[in-house]
Design a binder for this molecule. Structure first.
Ligand code: BGC
Length: 737
């Protein structure tokens, strides 16, 4: 079927309405020439349920599939190529399991560390989230399987998620919360987008015509299908009119009948229903071209890929005295997670893994002939004894599955007190102690880092994480992961602390664009570990920074040298800033990044492009991205607070040149070189302002800055008439155009 052919020719209104809602929990209907579709979660594995027990909360079982690192781990790789390879593997598994649309990626911004679903999202930064999300979509769709970009939009908490309104101003939405989606839609063209449960500024996402049509389709050019999150539709008729195409799961025909009645009553256009049905049919046509059941997937190869991803995701947070990597020697391994790994989160994304690497076993394998004593850590005396008689101790800490999940948020970000007590006791007996962390949402690390000389953050690593952790501990792999989220010293320091979760059905996004490191840097708040942080077993030097404007934005070039003794991968981060910007801006923001692998003693020159949009701000007045003219600072470093080289570059902007009107303030006019000359001359001659060198001193001028020029007629008691002002403005506008 081609795009121009009518995919729903011959289907009547009832059939068209029926196409717009599910046949079952996971499938759409086969009607006429339109085949049924199977949709399944996502994102870090294929959760294909085959029995009659179906759910979207991770309760009932599913077919075995590779459990790749969830987004919290994957994002720490900062590696879009790797994420795209994982996407391809997920696409292959989807095909083998008969899945047409895989429900992911989840690209919501981690606004607050307490959000229960942060493990399923990439980052607090829109560029990092969007770039990785786009890679995921490209990979999956390259296999003929549709992606479903979710949860669109501003779904940043689990509390009251099916009703609460995210109250966000336009600029914040555009620069932070919509930006991730925009990047993915523009770069990777997902075949479907999933609208979220929540309201945005009072309107349900599923009924939000501005969101689903004006922004998504008209501005970003999305031409795929909009599916609801499971159960997100409060009123299907309003939703279809706003741009929803498919309601999931089935409503047993209830909402189809409502749609048909609305068309018959004239309150919903028949063309709108036909358009939605057409999009379902086109998607079905596209994805069922592949042979869903004809392939099997390579379980071993995918496990290896999951391990590679986990290796790259692990962040070496601290390594005092170069305690790591460990040489094979007698070891004490402490903590239940070493034997029963915590490797994914709870809820709809819960995957039934094809196999599971156990950290303890993998550590034993790499320890060779040396004894590895294991203690669950419930008996502190036993753990201390084991640590004392070993050469080093590895203590596994983290959150339990019950503490964080889809469906609810956390109330704090602390590790359990008994775990910290255990760690401190072990370190006292064995100073060579490494703390290894497993968690989906960020946890406080200051106490851990105070106690243990070495800290390894595993976040959630998927089914092969156990092997990857052992590889990093023993130096088989040189760690190169970087934090995709700031670790604050205290929850009270975090940006949305006072506005989380919702209250009376509203979540006020009062911190505006100052999310994550944007907040901590603007407020100069010390953090435990900054965004982008991560150590290596080698050292990298940065030099030779050159920044040049290009048509697309900036070209950033520099040389990265490996001055240590091991090969390593460095995540090179470019941060931009604009001192003196006309609007409130972060001190610096991530504008580009790249990874580079360098051998010891070698160096590599890399180029990182920065797009104009990644320098711009969203102007609410102009209703578009505006690039300010100015001297931008460009810093490149190994984290947001470890900037190694800095340059400044002049950028020619594209500020709107709106004509001045009577409503323009004196300040605005005086800021314009052409207008300033004329205006100062007029003010000089007009009583009661007097001459510029006397009454028009700088204080008076400053006091007058916010006065609209039109008011001068009255203030000057008729010395300057409205007509004269209009003439003056017309003259200025003519000179400026
Ligand atoms: C989740 C979605 C998921 C859907 C289907 C919902 O509860 O929010 O992310 O894709 O269920 O399981």
């Amino acid at each position: 079927m081609t795009d121009s052919a009518d995919p729903i020719a011959g289907l009547d209104l009832t059939e068209q309405a029926a196409l717009g809602s599910g046949a079952s929990f996971w499938t759409t209907k086969a009607i006429g020439p339109v085949p049924a579709l199977m949709l399944t979660d996502g994102p870090h594995g294929v959760r294909r349920q085959s029995g009659s027990a179906t759910d979207h909360l991770g309760i009932s079982g599913s077919e075995p599939a590779t459990c790749f690192p969830p987004a919290v781990g994957l994002s720490q790789t900062w590696d879009p190529d790797l994420v795209e390879r994982i996407g391809r593997a997920l696409g292959d598994e989807s095909r083998a399991l008969g899945v047409h649309v895989l429900l992911g990626p989840g690209v919501n911004i981690k606004r607050d560390p307490r959000c229960g679903r942060n493990f399923e999202y990439f980052s607090e930064d829109p560029l990092l989230s969007g770039t990785l999300g786009a890679a995921w979509v490209r990979g999956v769709q390259s296999r003929g399987v549709g992606a479903s970009l979710k949860h669109f939009a501003a779904n940043n908490a689990e509390h009251d998620r099916m009703r609460a309104s995210s109250d966000v101003d336009d600029r914040t939405l555009r620069e932070i919360y919509l930006r991730t989606f925009e990047i993915v839609v523009r770069q990777a063209r997902p075949w479907t987008v999933m609208c979220s449960y929540n309201r945005i500024n009072g309107v349900y996402a599923s009924e939000n015509a501005w969101l689903l049509t004006t922004v998504l389709r008209d501005e970003w050019g999305f031409d795929g299908l909009v599916v609801s999150d499971w159960g997100a539709v409060a009123d299907r008729v309003t939703a279809v009119a706003a741009g929803l195409d498919l309601e999931m799961p089935t409503t047993g025909g209830l909402s189809n009948a409502e749609v048909v009645s609305a068309v018959r009553a004239g309150s919903l256009g028949a063309d709108v229903v036909a358009r939605a049905a057409g999009r379902v049919a086109r998607l079905a046509d596209k994805v069922t071209e592949m042979t869903c059941t004809a392939t099997v997937f390579d379980v071993d190869a995918h496990h290896e890929l999951a391990r590679e991803a986990a290796q790259r995701a692990i962040v070496l947070v601290q390594n005092d005295g170069d305690l790591l990597p460990l040489a094979p020697a007698p070891l004490a391994v402490i903590g239940g997670v070493a034997q029963e790994p915590r490797y994914q989160g709870g809820g709809s994304s819960h995957v039934n893994p094809t196999r599971l690497d156990v950290p303890l076993e993998e550590i034993r394998r790499l320890a060779g002939d040396h004894p590895v004593t294991y203690c669950p850590g419930t008996d502190i005396a036993a753990a201390v004894g084991a640590a004392e008689s070993a050469d080093a101790a590895v203590v596994f800490l983290g959150l339990t599955a019950e503490e964080e999940s889809e469906g609810y948020d956390r109330g704090h970000i602390d590790l359990p007190a008994d775990q910290l007590e255990l760690l401190r006791a072990v370190v006292q007996a064995q100073p060579r102690t490494v703390a290894v962390l497993s968690h989906g949402g960020v946890v406080r690390l200051d106490a851990v880092a105070d106690a243990a000389p070495a800290v390894v953050d595993g976040a959630l690593l998927g089914q092969a994480g156990g092997g990857a952790l052992a590889d990093v501990l023993f130096g088989v792999v040189n760690p190169s992961g970087r934090l995709a989220e700031t670790v604050p010293l205290r929850l009270q320091d975090s940006p949305a602390y006072l506005n989380f979760p919702s209250e009376s059905g509203h979540t006020v996004y009062g911190e505006r664009i100052f999310v994550g490191y944007r907040w901590y840097d603007a407020r100069d708040i010390p953090v435990a570990f900054p965004f982008g942080h991560g150590l290596s077993y080698t050292r990298f030097d940065y030099s030779g920074l050159e920044v040049d404007p290009t048509e697309e934005g900036l070209s950033v070039r520099l040389t990265v040298a490996n001055t240590g003794t091991r090969p390593g991968r460095e995540v090179v981060q470019v941060y931009a800033g604009l001192p003196g910007s006309a609007v409130a801006r972060p001190v610096r923001w991530l504008a580009g990044f790249a990874t580079v692998t360098v051998d010891p003693g070698e160096q590599r020159t890399i180029e990182i492009p920065v797009s104009r949009t990644d320098l711009a701000f969203w102007s609410t007045d102009a209703g578009r991205w505006v690039l300010e003219t100015g001297r931008y600072s460009v810093s490149v470093g190994a984290s947001s607070r470890d900037l190694r080289v800095t340059a400044t570059v002049a950028v020619a902007g594209d500020e709107p040149r709106s004509p001045f009107t009577r409503d323009s303030t004196l300040g605005e006019l005086l800021a314009d070189p052409v207008a300033a000359k004329t205006i100062l001359a007029v003010l000089d001659s007009a009583s009661p302002f007097g001459a510029a060198d006397s009454a028009l001193g700088s204080n008076l001028l400053r006091m007058l800055e916010s006065v609209p020029i039109g008011r001068m007629a009255a203030f000057s008691a008729g010395q300057v008439t409205r007509e004269q002002l209009d003439e003056l403005l017309a003259g200025i506008n003519a000179q400026r155009s």
